[in-house]
Write a protein that binds this ligand. Sequence first.
Ligand code: 3H9
Length: 700
Amino acid sequence: MKGTVHYEKHNEIALLSIDNPPVNPLSSGVRQGLYDGVTTALADDGIKAIVITGMHRAFIAGADISEFGAAATEGMSLHETIHKMEASSKPIIAAINGTAFGGGLEVALCCDYRIAAATAPVGLPEVKLGLLPGAGGTQRLPRLIGAKAAVTAIVSGDPILAPQALEKGIIDRIAEGDIVNAGIEYAEEIVAAGSATRKIRDMDEKVVADRGDNSVFETAAAQIEKTHRNQFAPTQILKCVEAAVNADSFDEGLKAEARLFAECLSHPQRESLIHIFFAERAANKIPDLSRETELIEINKGSIIGAGTMGGGIAMCFANAGIPVRLYDNDPENLQHGLEVIEGNYARTVSRGRLSQNDMDSRMSLIIPTEDFDELGDSDVVIEAVYENLDLKKEIFTRLDKVMKPGALLATNTSGLDVDAIAAVTSRPELVCGMHFFSPANVMRLLEVVRGKESTPVTLGTAMALGKRLGKVSVMAGNCPGFIGNRMLAGYRRQAELMILQGATPAQVDSVLYGFGLAMGPFAMTDMVGLDLGWRARKMIGGSNEVTVRIQDELCEMGRYGQKNGKGYYQYAEGDRTPLPDAEADEIIERVATEVGFERREFGDDEILKRCIYAMVNIGAKLLEEGHALRAGDIDTVYVNGYGFPTYVGGPMWYADTQGLDGVLADIQSYFEESGDDVWKPAELLKKLVADGDNFAALDA
Ligand code: 3H9
């Protein structure tokens, strides 16, 4: 059995310590150990109360996620264990030392009392895995904090830090000093006061008060439409909490929860979301780098360039408590960059999501400088100037002279050749790409780009730094566009080709929005601004690429996108809603005819396949070339950096779910039809189909 629970006696108190490193999920040995521990304590007349705590860094991280969808495991089920605890005639105290998530918090809610370390987060994040709290959480939490607060907590799945949990009434106390001692002292106090038990299942006041008022659920349902569009679990959660409020008894509510949980468990979204959970963690691991290898210690950072990217990256450092120098050679840029950072923080403070004190301390960690030499004593420097290879080479030549030996040198390029940049230094082994996504202080993705000389220690340091900065890091090979932008180019190109061939921007966007993307490619381009690419192309004398002809023509006609109210769409003053525009449609038709396209009707199915399968084929080529290490890495890039719906699992997972043989057949037929190289089926894809395998099997 996996995991165990240690049993110790402290006079009249039994202490059960959960031991399943690193984060104590409720694997078979933990469930059995808790059951046995409670049984032993109940049978011992000398024991008057039981304290449960976690060893290592968590209390309990929840059910063991690796068991979902796997064969049934041995030992007690979680329900049997929880039932045993709740039926205990001796009070049980949860001493929450660290994270208590999902089934972990549900275990604590079956205890009679809860005390937590001040830094411990609690929460019910099952929704993020396509699930709902299935061990009574949807029934007990509303009894403790009321339906409205419970719906907010369970639908968001967000962590709640101990002080807020205390305020809400989820826990009873915050421990001062050592949590285990505090838990035992609390238990002794309860014993001295008569050993009263206190079962949440018997607390009815809050749900009785909520009965007959459906407004909480109606408001939440409307909100879910916006925040969790197309997702299955959130609506199931609402039904569970409704049952907690309206069912005839606690046990009836539990039955409803069990039924709705089972529906989530067998839903494909659950599988996709759990795939992403493990893919994100696997992506963080670098082959050839053992856990014991010493990485470069990062205590101070430097950022070059105080523009949008540089400023955002500096904020990431400050948010993580790492002092950072922000360099710009233009004093006005530097000043403006600092003002933008200050404005960003001030907005967060005004929304109540950051205290003024925290803002001040973060600002004090960002040290502006116009003196390049001052960067030299940093442990890491990240260059974040605009995309110009010559400029980046010049900066790295200077960095090589000033940076202390052993410092990590990173470029935030979004697609330029990292080897060419590394080659101008005398220490290419310490150079890699760290490609942040805009806005860098918000977006979770970080592509760590492996140059041909970058060592595992260099890459491992960049990945570990990404984790400290709160990012999901993925290693990508050094090819144009790396993983994300290389695939995006394929997707964008298909969208442009289809509007040349007869689809409308609104039709393409609506298909991709329906699929789950936050917006389609044309609404996105209007938002970013069509003129950026147009101006860049003009500087190099224009482009013959047929797929930029429409953009160029729209710009020539003064249509730059949202910024001036017209692009592929038109916009009403002060409104960002894209509205179809006959003038834009005419331009598109005219350009299509000029470049010799025959127009035809498109079905939604073809639009979706052309956009997504183009990415899949490029993704397969990235894997074949070794520029992506795992199919799950590609999925991780797409859900964290490009708004791909997490509940679909990323493009490669999506391809698996469609059946790779069908995907290959479509790609093959697009290739025969168009002769376009992008559709030449990847050898890896052909091999997987021939072997009856899929992308997930490659990663296993
Ligand atoms: C649930 O509880 C359902 C119930 O309501 C009902 C049941 C009937 N299981 O993230 P890290 C592994 S659903 C198995 O890098 P951190 C993880 O894969 C569950 N394994 O550390 C990794 O392994 P490896 C609800 C788990 O400190 C290692 O632990 N709970 C689990 O950055 C370290 O993880 C959740 O959704 C698990 N539950 O973050 C919580 N959790 O080293 C999910 C982690 O081999 N977990 N592992 O790659 C988390 O949010 C974070 O892992 C946590 C720690 C905050 C706990």
